[in-house]
Design a protein around this ligand. Sequence first.
Ligand SMILES: Nc1nc2c(ncn2[C@@H]2O[C@H](COP(=O)(O)OP(=O)(O)OP(=O)(O)O)[C@@H](O)[C@H]2O)c(=O)[nH]1
Ligand SMILES: [Mg+2]
Ligand SMILES: [Zn+2]
Length: 295
Amino acid sequence: MEKGIVVDREAKYIGVYLPSQDKVYTGIPRKKVLKKTKIYAGDFVLGEVLDNENFAIENVEERKNLLKRPSVANVDNAIIVQAFKMPPFDSLLLDNLLVVYEYLGVEPVIVFNKVDLLDENEKKDLEKVIKIYKDAGYEVHKVSALNDEGIENLKKYLKDSISIVAGQSGVGKSSIVSKLTGKQLETKEVSRKTERGRHTTTGVRLYKFGDNSFIADTPGFSKIDALMFMDKREVPKYFREFLRYSCKFPDCMHTVEPDCEVKEAVKNKEISCSRYKNYLKIIEADLGLLSGICD
Ligand SMILES: Nc1nc2c(ncn2[C@@H]2O[C@H](COP(=O)(O)OP(=O)(O)OP(=O)(O)O)[C@@H](O)[C@H]2O)c(=O)[nH]1
Ligand SMILES: [Mg+2]
Ligand SMILES: [Zn+2]
């Protein structure tokens, strides 16, 4: 049997890319397959080529994850796009997104776009922010979808993976996807019009680019609150740099507990105040806790 990846999923249509043929076939699932599961973009499917156009799907591999709205399976990376300027950097949104994607089992990749807009001072400020996230343990890229800076590096990093993009409106998600894939994607205006024309646009498409990489043209979360996904008590598990410390209580929330190593690390500037402050905001804790720790 041959293995393919579902790259196009709209209404009844299933597009399956077969690497061996470098071509997209119409996937026709056998009845026994549909009895077991639905089929999503990102699914790895096994089956056989029937003719020049059709591929019979005999089996769907177990998914490592399944993101909703839009539905994409087996997502390796969430490219979290931020502009440092226009729109201004929103560290609370970024920290919320980092928590949520990590919780969903997707590796976050932080991308600062529009670096072409920055003057020397702003570039220095951006470097400070980048250091915070690199020190915390995240992959960080600087790019410009306008002049291509950093795009090749990002492409290399995304080798052999399935990615989606997330981040607030206007940061350049579509522009980055266009640069990575070399495809001129539908602009916002166009997709609005088609939405009015066709009542439901539930379709999801993965574009192939670079070295066996795929990216969804439909954005992930642009606004988010981690507590919509998980209980407060789970949030500290998704602040990577906190995991390096062992507090007196294993379930320490790093707020009012005695012998809290995380708070100690914030005080010593091993953990960034901005990250700790956003952590307190996310778990809706009293920001008075910052006094004497961060000033
Ligand atoms: N100067 C500069 N402008 C950029 C860059 N990338 C995108 N833009 C511009 O920023 C605006 C928004 O870009 P989009 O790619 O539409 O942003 P988006 O994140 O997809 O926005 P939504 O679809 O609304 O969520 C457009 O006018 C782009 O031309 C960049 O690297 N530098
Ligand atoms: Mg867009
Ligand atoms: Zn603690």
